[in-house]
Structures are given as C-alpha cells and as structure tokens.
Design a protein around this ligand. Structure first.
Ligand SMILES: [Zn+2]
Length: 198
C-alpha cells in the first residue's frame, strides 16, 4: 500500500466508523483538470461532490425520469444536511463549447446534446452577440451557466426553504485552468471576482 491512501488510512478508518459529515457540496464538471478535491486541497470526508458534464443543475422536475444530479442534491441537502452548495464551473469547458457549437458536437452519442440543451437559450443569446470573440463567448457562457444552475437549485423546495432559513448557502465559483485561480461569484452582483494575488 502506498501513496495518498496509505497516508490517510487512519482517517478512512475513522470515517468508516463514524460515517461522513461533509458540510459542503460541490457541483463540478467531469473535466479531469477541474477536480474539486485537488482545487480545494480537501481530504476524505470533507466534500460531497457531484460531477456532470458542464456542472449543470437541471430544474426541479419530479417526473419519474432518471435524475442523477437531483438525487445527489436531495441526499446532500436532506440526509447529509450540508451547509453550503458550490456550483463550480471552469475555463475551456468542452460541454460549454459544445453548447455554443451545436453543429460540432462533443461526441456522436445520444446524451450530451440533450443534456446541454438545458442552457440552449443562453447559448443562443450569447452566440447572437457578434461583437464578442469565440473565447469571450465561451467564458461568458461558462459564467452565465453557473448563475443559471444556482437559480435552478432554488427551484428545489428543500433548497429554497433552507436557504430562506439561512441554514444553507449557495455559492458560485469559476476555476481558471490556465492559471490555477479560483474566481468567486459575488452574490450581490453575479460578477466573478478574481482572487487577490499577494
Ligand atoms: Zn467542463
């Protein structure tokens, strides 16, 4: 046994005995360059993470379909009683790029196009801004989609009730994979603010 697991054996044993009690849930992209545990430097038991293509949250729709992200959200909020939910997007997101270029799909399969259609209206609006470069459109939609997912989170009754009671806080963040900087959304303005650099 070697590496990180060996160093954290005692912590895993304790977590196995006591169960997990993470206070923060992160909704992140599947992208291998944007791993929440690495970005936040967290150890086992600290973050409850759900990852999907482009870190999207669908609206609350109890329609009997298969909703993996909604199921994870329900578990995190109602069973684990997390105190924070962070929607974390990132730069150069392939899912966002696919949403902006529907004629150039991310894959030839059956699912990504449907999934990314969640933000199709926003993608269409951003694409109509002909004064923006492709890179500017990409960054804009990455950040707009985070605000969109935060609004969708509030369509879940369990989230909106707890947020009103101030027992749950929602946050937005955007990770710049080209610099390793985490930009945090200002909840009042929706702007993403670059971290102070010493
Ligand atoms: Zn991504």
């Amino acid at each position: 046994m070697s590496g990180r697991y060996a160093q954290e054996t005692a912590r895993y044993r304790e977590l196995a005995r006591a169960g997990q009690t993470p206070e923060t849930m992160i909704i992140a992209c599947c992208d291998s360059r944007a791993a929440p545990e690495a970005i936040f430097g967290s150890g086992p038991g600290e973050l409850f993470v759900v990852r999907n293509v482009a870190n999207l949250v669908p609206p609350y729709s109890p329609d009997g379909e298969f909703h993996s992200t909604s199921a994870a959200l329900e578990f995190g909020v109602q069973s684990l009683k997390v105190k924070n939910i962070v929607v974390m997007g990132h730069g150069r997101c392939g899912g966002i790029k696919a949403a902006l270029n529907p004629s150039d799909p991310l894959s030839p399969g059956d699912f990504i196009g449907k999934w990314m259609s969640l933000i199709a209206p926003a993608a269409s609006t951003v694409n109509s801004s002909t004064m923006l470069t492709a890179t500017e459109r990409q960054t804009a939609l990455e950040r707009i989609s985070i605000r969109f997912s935060l609004e969708n989170l509030r369509t879940f009754p369990c989230v909106s009730i707890l947020e009103k009671k101030e027992r749950l806080a929602l946050h937005g963040a955007w990770f710049d994979i080209s610099t390793g900087e985490l930009w945090v959304m200002n909840p009042a303005t929706g702007d993403f603010e670059r971290p102070e650099v010493d």
